[in-house]
Design a binder for this molecule. Structure first.
Ligand code: ASP
Length: 333
C-alpha cells in the first residue's frame, strides 16, 4: 500500500470511530434552556411585606434559580435542576414546603410533593408524609425506584426510609409563624389565609430538549380529614410533556384538581395549537377564576418560552434562561 492509500485509510478510520463514539453519547443541543420557579401566589402587596422580608424572599428565590441554572448550563438534566432548586426552597422557612410547611388541624405537618419528566411521562409523588425532610426527593424515588406514581403516609415513609432518605423529627417543621396561623384558623374554625399560598414549584428545559416539573407543599393550614390538594396530583398541580410544556401550580388546590390545571394547559397546546401563554391565561382566568379559585401557574414549553400567570395580587416567582440573567418578581407589576 502506498503512502496516499494508508493516509486515506487512516482518515476513514478516524471518521468511522468518531461517528461510533458520538452514537453512545446523549446529544447536547446547546439551544434554549432555563428554569422558572414559584414560591406561592396570594394577597402579596408592598404594604404587607417589609423591605427586609422582600429582600429575604428575593435572595432565596435567586439562590434556587442559580442552583438549577448551574445544573442546566453544565449540560445536566432538567430533572436534577428541578430537584436541586426545590430542595433549596424546601429547606427555607419562608415557603409552605419542607421546613416552612403549614400545620394541619391536629397540629402536625403533612407534606405533599410530585415530580414529572416530559420525555417519558414518568411521574412520582408522595402525600401526607410527616418526617421526610425533602419530600421532592421522595417523589423522585417513587418515580425511579417503584412501579407506582403516588404513595401516601406511612407507606410512603417506609418506602423512602428503605431508600435511605433523610428523616427529621416533626419538631423540625415547627415555625412560629405557621403555628400562629393554625391558632388563628382554629379560633375561626376555618382555613386561614385562604388567599395565601406558599407552595413551591420549579419547571425546567434542559439542553437535551427535555422538560421536567416539580411541586412541593405543606397543603392548607388547618386541613383535616386527610385532605390532599392538587400538588401531588399528576395533571392537576404538576405536569410535564415534552410535546407541549411543563407546569407547576399554586393555589386553592380543589379548583386546580377540578379543572385538571396542568394537563388542561398542555392539552390546549397539543390539540388547540395555542401558545403556552394563551393556554395558561385561559385556564387560570377563565376556568379556575370562573369557579372562584385563586392562585397561579408557572410554565415552560419545549422551545424555551415561559409563562407566570396568576389571578391573585402577587406570586413569588422568577426565571433564569440561557442568557444567565436571573429575574425575580413578587408583585403584580
Ligand atoms: N395548592 C396547595 C394545596 O391546595 C396549596 C398552595 O398552593 O399553597 O394543597
Amino acid at each position: 500500500m502506498n503512502n496516499n492509500k494508508s493516509l486515506l485509510l487512516f482518515i476513514l478510520c478516524l471518521i468511522v470511530f468518531s461517528i461510533l463514539a458520538s452514537c453512545g453519547k446523549q446529544s447536547v443541543v446547546d439551544t434554549n434552556f432555563g428554569l422558572v420557579i414559584h414560591g406561592g401566589a396570594g394577597t402579596i402587596s408592598r404594604d404587607r411585606l417589609s423591605p427586609e422580608q422582600e429582600q429575604n424572599y428575593r435572595a432565596k428565590l435567586e439562590q434556587a434559580l442559580r442552583i438549577g441554572y448551574d445544573v442546566l448550563a453544565a449540560g445536566g438534566t432538567s430533572l436534577d435542576a428541578v430537584e436541586e432548586a426545590i430542595v433549596i426552597l424546601e429547606d427555607s422557612p419562608l415557603f409552605n414546603a419542607g421546613k416552612g410547611a403549614v400545620f394541619a388541624s391536629n397540629g402536625t405537618n403533612e407534606l405533599d410533593a410530585s415530580i414529572m419528566v416530559g420525555k417519558t411521562l414518568q411521574a412520582g409523588a408522595v402525600s401526607g408524609v410527616k418526617q421526610i425532610k425533602n419530600p421532592i426527593k421522595a417523589a423522585r424515588l417513587v418515580m425511579e425506584k417503584s412501579p407506582h406514581v403516588l404513595l401516601y403516609g406511612d407507606g410512603a415513609e417506609t418506602f423512602a426510609r428503605g431508600h435511605g432518605l433523610e428523616f427529621v423529627d416533626q419538631s423540625y417543621f415547627y415555625t412560629e409563624r405557621r403555628w400562629q396561623s393554625l391558632q388563628k384558623a382554629r379560633a375561626k374554625e376555618q382555613q386561614t389565609e385562604p388567599d395565601k399560598h406558599g407552595t413551591v414549584g420549579v419547571v425546567a428545559l434542559d439542553k437535551h430538549g427535555n422538560l421536567t416539573a416539580g411541586t412541593s407543599t405543606g397543603g392548607l393550614t388547618n386541613k383535616r380529614f386527610g385532605r390532599i390538594g392538587d400538588s401531588p396530583i399528576i395533571g392537576a398541580g404538576n405536569y410535564a410533556d415534552n410535546r407541549t410544556c411543563a407546569i407547576s401550580a399554586t393555589g386553592t388546590g380543589e379548583f386546580f384538581m377540578r379543572t385538571v390545571c396542568g394537563y388542561a394547559i398542555s392539552a390546549r397546546m397539543e390539540f388547540g395549537d395555542v401558545s403556552l401563554q394563551t393556554a395558561a391565561e385561559d385556564v387560570i382566568h377563565n376556568e379556575i377564576g370562573r369557579l372562584g379559585g385563586t392562585g397561579g401557574v408557572i410554565g415552560i414549553d419545549k422551545s424555551g418560552n415561559m409563562t407566570m400567570v396568576f389571578n391573585t395580587s402577587g406570586m413569588y416567582r422568577g426565571y433564569m434562561m440561557s442568557d444567565g440573567q436571573p429575574v425575580i418578581k413578587i408583585f403584580a407589576d
